[in-house]
Design a protein. Structure first.
Length: 181
């Protein structure tokens, strides 16, 4: 049994999505993706660092040919974050003419994703869809369609299963939410 509460950097978090529930979400996403892409080869672009655990679980369940690219997305401070200016490493990935599935851990405002989609569209993929394990309510105001969402959650701050609080908590097998949020 995972602990009900944990402390990271002096903040308390409560158990929010246990591993069995995460696994169910990942399984149903993988089934949908398999059906939608049957007979095609996928190019998955994993957004580091947060999505690496979700991607590892999701992609091992797909019986589809799959290429993997990884991108590190970093916002340039508060001002630029709000304007959606995001820096990507590496700046180019080989996606021209490919069916691309962008894999993200969690979408909040979606500014990171919006900048990334804009960046990737300029490389002319055949198609581009988004898979995210979690989406917060703000994501509903996005112009971007989130095709594959594992779970819609309220506006709480979460850690675990790849997601961090100041680099702590990424390796937790369960997802925790900040208490009193
Ligand atoms: P955005 O607001 O959708 O642009 O979110 C930017 C990035 O912040 C996401 O890709 C996540 O990696 C991270 N993030 C958003 N919400 C949370 C959270 O609750 N916990 C940990 N990371 C988060
Ligand atoms: Mg992320």
């Amino acid at each position: 049994m995972p602990p009900k509460r944990i402390e990271l950097h002096g903040q308390w978090f409560r158990l929010f999505i246990p591993r069995q529930e995460i696994a169910q979400s990942v399984r149903s996403l993988s089934r949908r993706i398999e059906q939608d892409y049957a007979g095609r080869e996928l190019t998955c672009v994993v957004i580091l660092k947060g999505a690496f655990i979700f991607a590892a679980d999701l992609l091992r369940q797909l019986s589809l040919p799959c290429r993997i690219e990884m991108l590190r997305a970093q916002s340039y401070g508060m001002q630029m974050t709000s304007s959606g200016t995001v820096h990507f490493e590496p700046t180019t990935v080989d996606i021209r003419g490919r069916d691309v599935l962008l894999i993200e851990d969690i979408v909040d405002t979606g500014l990171t994703l919006q900048a990334l989609v804009h960046h990737l569209q300029s490389q002319e993929p055949a198609s581009l869809q988004i898979a995210t394990l979690l989406a917060k309510p703000a994501a509903q105001h996005l112009a971007l369609p989130l095709t594959y969402v594992g779970k819609h959650i309220p506006a709480v701050f979460v850690v675990g299963y790849g997601m961090d609080y100041a680099e702590a908590g990424r390796t937790l097998p369960d997802i925790y939410a900040l208490e009193d949020s």
